[in-house]
Design a protein around this ligand. Structure first.
Ligand SMILES: [Zn+2]
Ligand SMILES: [Zn+2]
Ligand SMILES: [Zn+2]
Length: 146
């Protein structure tokens, strides 16, 4: 079950934000394209296509921040570029990114628990395994070196 745009809008309202067309449009883009890796810039592009919505980058960022604060949205960094956003209802996953061509793949975070437990035991840290991607070479780029 995915979070719908009404849920996102209600969360903004709960935080005392005025529900403008622009904020409504951000919520609907995030809810509709939940399975994609959207950056704030690509969300802004989509929002500009929504009827009646006039938004700028800072409106988009403030809205995304508020949704993260509400626990409905999370972001991850896939590499040197901008962060990407997921609905918090998407299954937690760790990304691997090709450092040569930028191709990404994802593995369920649950599969990392053994490594995480070991890390926690050794360092005492409680680790967030999904905030940053792991980089490497994808099969296509790796094959070029063989
Ligand atoms: Zn992802
Ligand atoms: Zn971050
Ligand atoms: Zn590659």
């Amino acid at each position: 079950m995915h979070i719908d745009s009404e849920t996102l809008i209600n969360a903004l309202r709960d935080q005392g934000l005025r529900i403008t067309n622009a904020r409504r449009a951000v919520c609907s883009v995030v809810a509709r394209r939940h399975s994609e890796h959207l950056t704030a810039a690509s969300i802004l592009d989509e929002v500009k296509g929504e009827p009646g919505a006039r938004a700028d980058q800072s409106t988009v960022y403030r809205t995304l921040d508020a949704l993260e604060e509400a626990g409905l949205l999370v972001h991850s960094h896939l590499g040197h570029g901008a962060a990407v956003y997921h609905l918090a209802s998407e299954a937690a996953h760790q990304h691997v990114v090709c450092s040569r061509c930028g191709t990404t793949a994802a593995v369920p975070a649950a599969g990392l628990s053994e490594w995480l437990n070991d890390l926690q035991e050794r360092t005492g840290f409680t680790v967030d395994p999904t905030h940053f991607a792991v980089t490497g070479l994808c099969p296509d780029c790796g094959a070029g070196d063989a």
